[in-house]
Design a protein around this ligand. Structure first.
Ligand SMILES: CC(C)(COP(=O)(O)OP(=O)(O)OC[C@H]1O[C@@H](n2cnc3c(N)ncnc32)[C@H](O)[C@@H]1OP(=O)(O)O)[C@@H](O)C(=O)NCCC(=O)NCCS
Length: 148
C-alpha cells in the first residue's frame, strides 16, 4: 500500500535520487548534489507554513515526492499553493502515485486556507502536461523565465 507522509531530513538520499530522475525527465543536464538538496531541505523544514514536501512511500521505500510552496499575494487573500517539483520514481510511473501526491498537495493547500493551486511545467514536457490535465489542471497562465 502507498502512504503519503511529510518529508524529513532522513529522507535526503531518496529525495536526491528523485530529483536526479526529474532532471532526466526534463532534459536538464547539470548534476543534482546532495549538499545542494540538503541546504534546500533544511531551509524548507524551518518554514513549514511556507514549504511542504510530501513523499509517497511503499514498503518503507520512497517512490515519489511533491514539493509545495504556499505563498501570499495581494490579490489572493487566502494564498496560492504552487507545486514546485513533482516526480515519481521511473519504475513506479503509471500506478496512480502522481495523482495521489497531487491530491495530498491539494488537501494540504485547502487545509492551509489557500485560494488556488498552480503548477508550471516545461512547454515540451508533454507527459507532465498530459498528466496535469487529467488530474484537473487547466492552462491559465504563461510563465516566463530567465536564468540569473
Ligand atoms: C508526471 C508524473 C509525476 C506522473 O506520475 P504518475 O504516477 O506516472 O501518474 P499517475 O499514474 O498518477 O497518473 C494519473 C493519471 O494521469 C494520466 N496520465 C499520466 N501520464 C499521462 C500522459 N502523458 N498523458 C495523459 N494522461 C496521463 C494517467 O493515465 C492517470 O489517469 P487515470 O487516473 O484516469 O487512470 C510522472 O510521469 C513523472 O514523475 N514524470 C517525470 C517528472 C516530471 O516531469 N514532473 C512534472 C514536472 S514538475
Amino acid at each position: 500500500m502507498i502512504e503519503v507522509r511529510e518529508a524529513r531530513l532522513e529522507d535526503l538520499d531518496a529525495i536526491v535520487s528523485l530529483m536526479d530522475q526529474l532532471k532526466r525527465a526534463t532534459s536538464q543536464h547539470d548534476a543534482v548534489t546532495t549538499a545542494g538538496v540538503r541546504t534546500s531541505l533544511q531551509a524548507m523544514l524551518r518554514f513549514p507554513e511556507i514549504y511542504r514536501n510530501y513523499l509517497a512511500v511503499e514498503n518503507d521505500g520512497v517512490v515519489g515526492v511533491v514539493s509545495l510552496l504556499l505563498y501570499k499575494t495581494f490579490l489572493h487573500a487566502g494564498g496560492t499553493a504552487l507545486i514546485n517539483e513533482l516526480v515519481v520514481a521511473e519504475k513506479d510511473r503509471g500506478r496512480g502515485i502522481g495523482r495521489k501526491l497531487v491530491e495530498a498537495a491539494i488537501a494540504a493547500a485547502r487545509e492551509q486556507g489557500m485560494d488556488e493551486i498552480e503548477v508550471g511545467t516545461e512547454v515540451d514536457n508533454l507527459i507532465a502536461r498530459g498528466f496535469y490535465k487529467v488530474v484537473g489542471f487547466a492552462r491559465e497562465y504563461v510563465l516566463l523565465g530567465r536564468d540569473l
